[in-house]
Ligand binder design. Sequence first.
Ligand code: PHB
Length: 396
Amino acid sequence: MIRVPIRPLLSSLALLAALPLTSIAADTVKVGVIAEMTGSFADFGRQMTTGAKAYIREHGDTVAGRKIELIVRDVGGPSPDVSKRLAQELVVKDNVDFLAGFGLTPNALAVAPIATEAKKPTIIMNAATSIITTKSPYLTRVSMTLPQVTAPLGDWAYRNGIRKVYTAVADYGPGYDAEAAFKKSFTALGGQITGDVRMPLTNPDYGPFVQRIKDSKPDAVFVFVPAGESAVGFMKAYAERGLAAAGIRLIATGDMTDDGVIDALGASAVGIITTHHYSAAHESPENKAFLAAYAAVDPNHRPNFMAVGGYDAMAVIYSVVRQLNGNVDPDKAMALIKGMKIASPRGPVEIEADTRDVTQNVYVREVKRVDGKLYNVEFFTTPAVKDPGKEAARQP
Ligand code: PHB
């Protein structure tokens, strides 16, 4: 006969009863979201988390009998150390099943070693430097890469009569990627780069850079700066220094004219050509449903590409949790993510199995007034573009 020591059993039951409900892990699937919620990049966090909440609102908060819980942590600006600490806390204290978020590249790169060590499927909602997903087998991305959205613009520019371009990019990973990709596709056709400049990521004064560009008289300036305040700042300097009047066109990735700020850019933005993966003006039933779900969570802002990143990250998580019947095993989760297809508001998306990076349409768009408001109106599509930065990963 086995004797059960009655006292320890009772005391452990008493302990269990005293625990808060949230610590009974099996009931919820926890998603730790690390996002820029304050400071000059606060729009990134607001867009990503609102997009994620829109998905939950539209699809219900329970999957395979488990409630989906977002735990949002503010990383502030580009702060790799803070990002790393938050990831550690989310893994160790909160016992999250997934990590997600990351508007800025340095914040995403910082968590790669933790994702590997803790085996946490980590879904990048925005950060777009090509190399990020190579840093851990537990990283995947549902946003874009800069080479992916930039290369088609070099083609478009040359084919539309632009011959001399000055490149101006933010001085960090995505800027270097954009600069290299533009130069490669534009010069491959015969285009000439007349100068290049890298501008500070934080607190930039664009005036002197823009003046130098004007003085060198290119046909166009190609720009990558992060969406939001930086884009508004660059556009202001471009307008104030009279580049358009001097015949120097502005061409850019869609970060420049993102839906979150496009109306604030004003009349000087009309006619600007950009390439990107998402426009709020994209016509599809999926985008209609997304816009409605987003408006139900936040009626005061227009969603941008980062909101789509948040929304699609949840689509990935819901699909994984459903297919695993609520038991999130990290390696099984990654196996399901590889090759996953999403009917995204931006168009069809596939997570490439070899790279865990996103394959998607890239659109050429023109800023136009639609019903009195500015929109990026898509007029040319390069379908199913893979990240050109990953050629080596695809070698047999
Ligand atoms: C990035 O840091 O990777 C980043 C930030 C903002 C963008 C695009 C990329 O608009």
